[in-house]
Design a protein around this ligand. Structure first.
Ligand code: 5GP
Length: 210
């Protein structure tokens, strides 16, 4: 099976992290861990949730072209380490990136076959309620994230799929279904198609059946 890139975006508070954690493990997902200059939240673990790095380290990674994409989101830098993503795709894995829209569209330019999924809560009021209830950010940051959400939402039209996260189990099921269907597209199974269309194989088959 060919490797594949799945990008999950959506406003802060849309539930991307929860969806990604619950994806079907039998599909063998490889989840990319981003670098960020944001400070860890309570409960976040370095190298599991993010690589928490300094601004100098970020600048160095960027200048060494070690980031597949990067973006300054609400006062902090975020980026996807290039090596892991390329390595896992080459191994035929389904690589999942949980990143915001600008970075997602940068990746889509480099990997046009990437599948872009946008996750939205059912309403904007619900989005605000979730961000406030999550209580991981102060009021100023929540407001900045909500403002950024309003800039991100119009870019939904550039995505391949929109999943509404009202019931988390349904949202997870939908993302698994998207990935399962995308994996069956002929252009993601070049070797299989090649084998079936190989002229020598066809000749042998005809000889066998005559
Ligand atoms: P948070 O601070 O809530 O963990 O993440 C803030 C936003 O940055 C979220 O929309 C998240 O998806 C996005 N993000 C996380 N990692 C990356 C990354 O490597 N690149 C980009 N462009 N966005 C990221």
């Amino acid at each position: 099976m060919d490797g594949m890139l799945v990008i999950i975006s959506g406003p802060s508070g849309s539930g991307k992290g929860t969806v990604v954690k619950r994806l079907d493990p039998t599909l063998g997902y490889a989840v990319s861990i981003s670098v960020t200059t944001r400070k860890p939240r309570v409960g976040e673990v370095n190298k599991r949730d993010y690589f928490f790095i300094t601004e100098d380290e970020f600048v160095q990674m960027r200048s060494e072209n070690a980031l597949l994409e990067h973006f300054a989101y609400v006062g902090n830098y975020y980026g996807t380490p290039r090596f892991y993503v390329e390595e896992q795709i080459n191994k035929g894995k389904i690589v999942v990136l949980e990143i915001e829209v600008t970075g997602a569209l940068q990746v889509k330019e480099k990997f046009p076959e990437a599948v872009l999924v946008f996750l939205m809560p059912p309403t904007l009021t619900e989005l605000q309620r979730r961000l406030v209830n999550r209580a991981t950010e102060d009021a100023v940051t929540i407001e900045a994230r909500l403002k950024r959400a309003l800039e991100e939402i119009p870019l939904i039209s550039q995505y391949d799929y929109l999943v509404i996260n009202d019931d988390i189990s349904v949202a997870v099921e939908n993302v698994n279904a998207i990935v399962a269907a995308e994996r069956l597209r002929p252009h993601r199974n070049k070797k299989v198609v090649e084998d079936f269309t190989d002229s020598q194989v066809k000749m042998d088959y005809i000889k066998l059946t005559l």
